[in-house]
Design a binder for this molecule. Structure first.
Ligand code: H79
Length: 437
């Protein structure tokens, strides 16, 4: 069944590359890298604009080397990246003509967004920009001053819609700057709507009309309309013009792939941190292992989704070494296994007991997370497997039917070792991939 809604049709065209690429880097970077307690520090600790000002006066990331970031992303197997051009604190990493609160006015003296887009494009990666709808610094945003918790400021908004209009002019103007001054962008990542602050409160149809006219191929997340409570009309058969091109589950991988009310798959991207913070947090060493990252990437792809994995560079501009180490190990796995990720999607078979399937046409990828006792059961695949090979080295895997499988006539079995009924360690304990034709 196809959907004749024009927004859905156009979305399918725009998101084609996104559904193939599957793996991207999220980068949260700004003044908050100096206090190093996460990007929400100003709100959580009720820091006033004045008390936050020293971080602006000190911001001098002398080791920022966008080319080094781009190499780390590329070597990890990532195909695109999204940088925080402006986060909730309102600080701009780009040379906006509409504010003085920008990196070019700090000791950094540089347009950090420009360096980012140029370096990542040079590595062949697609580039996206995160732009916060919320702004704790702009005087016309209803959460100005020390009342900076956006969830609690609707009363103030209701009292003063005229001044909020001035903020919207600023916000739309900055989006225009980003879309006209930095070449071809691939993603705009808006964050976030809440309570009644959503959709047309942001003048979203006007904003989207501008985006579509300036950069028609660009894809947009669903957060002009989605809040924590609901994902917006992208989940219906007739999405609005600002419903977005993909859903954006945060710090969660949905239990099943995401579908609209007609049961059609929706493009989605889980954004997940490497430790427990988005912005740099000096005391947060709760890093996910490379193994976990690989398996979670596989899980996303097995449910038709993408993974946008976050790093938080420090005040000097470096991606933390612990993050780089994990990315390098993920990259080592991707080097020999990425055919089971790029261009792959949910398989035609249900999730197996020992791991997950991904699929690309007639290639089915069995991702073994668990060691097996005896031959590995490919449920329901009896007579359908033409050939099986280890993806990492191309070596043949035995499609086998030893005596102890006779009672399971509908299942196919493969074995990584002879004799076929032996137990054996997996060649790659993170995820051993068997390519089945
Ligand atoms: O940019 C990252 C987050 O800063 C942002 N979205 C991702 C991509 C985000 N903003 N708000 N939220 C996510 C949800 C709000 C969470 C909150 Fe809290 C709970 C705000 C206050 C309580 C988390 C915990 C942030 C501060 C404490």
């Amino acid at each position: 069944m196809t959907n004749d809604n024009a927004n859905v049709q156009e979305r399918m065209g725009r998101t084609q590359w996104f559904l193939e690429d599957r793996f991207g880097m999220f980068i949260h970077w700004g003044l908050y890298a100096i206090p190093a307690r996460g990007e929400w520090v100003r709100s959580v600790e009720r820091i006033t604009v004045e008390d936050y000002q020293p971080y602006f006066d000190q911001f001098d990331p002398v080791r920022y080397d966008a080319a080094a970031w781009a190499r780390a992303a590329k070597q990890a197997g990532m195909k695109y990246a999204v940088l925080t051009a402006k986060h909730h604190d309102g600080f701009c990493l780009f040379d906006s003509a509409l504010t003085d609160y920008k990196s070019t006015n700090t000791p950094a003296g540089r347009d950090l967004v420009r360096e980012f887009v140029e370096a990542f494009r040079a590595e062949g990666l697609k580039v996206g920009l995160y732009y916060s709808l919320i702004d704790w610094h702009h005087e016309d945003y209803p959460a100005y001053g020390d009342r900076i918790h956006p969830m609690r400021d609707n009363e103030q908004y209701k009292r003063n819609p005229e001044t909020f209009d001035r903020y919207l002019t600023y916000m739309h103007g900055q989006v225009r700057e980003l879309l006209t001054g930095y070449g071809k962008l691939d993603i705009m990542w808006f964050d976030f709507s809440y309570e009644e602050m959503m959709g047309e409160k942001w003048k979203a149809s006007e904003l989207m009309a501008m985006i579509r006219s300036l950069q028609p191929h660009l894809i947009v997340d669903n957060r002009l309309e989605a809040s924590g409570e609901h994902g917006g009309s992208i989940f219906t058969s007739h999405p609005s013009s600002y419903a977005g091109d993909f859903a954006s589950p945060e710090q969660i991988i949905p239990p099943q792939g995401l579908t609209d009310s007609d049961g059609h798959s929706i493009p989605w991207e889980a954004c997940i941190t490497l430790n427990n913070n988005w912005g740099y947090a000096a005391n947060d060493q709760m890093y996910k292992s490379a193994s976990t990252v690989i398996r979670k990437l596989v899980e996303c792809v097995s449910k038709n989704g993408n993974l946008l994995l976050n790093v938080g560079p420090n005040a000097l501009g470096e991606i933390p070494q612990a993050s780089l180490d994990i990315l390098a190990e993920v990259g080592a796995w991707m080097t020999s296994n990425s055919a089971s990720i790029y261009g792959c999607a949910q398989a035609d078979w249900p999730k197996p007991e020992w791991g997950r399937y991904t699929q690309n046409g007639n290639k089915l990828y069995a991702h073994l997370f668990e060691e097996s006792v005896g031959p590995i059961n490919l449920s329901g695949l009896a007579g359908r497997v033409k050939q099986a090979r280890l993806l990492a080295d191309g070596s043949e895997v035995f499609v086998t039917r030893p005596w102890n499988t006779a009672q399971y006539p509908h299942d196919a079995f493969v074995s990584l070792a002879m004799p076929a009924h032996a137990s054996y360690p997996l060649p790659d304990r993170r995820d051993t991939v068997i390519e089945l034709e």
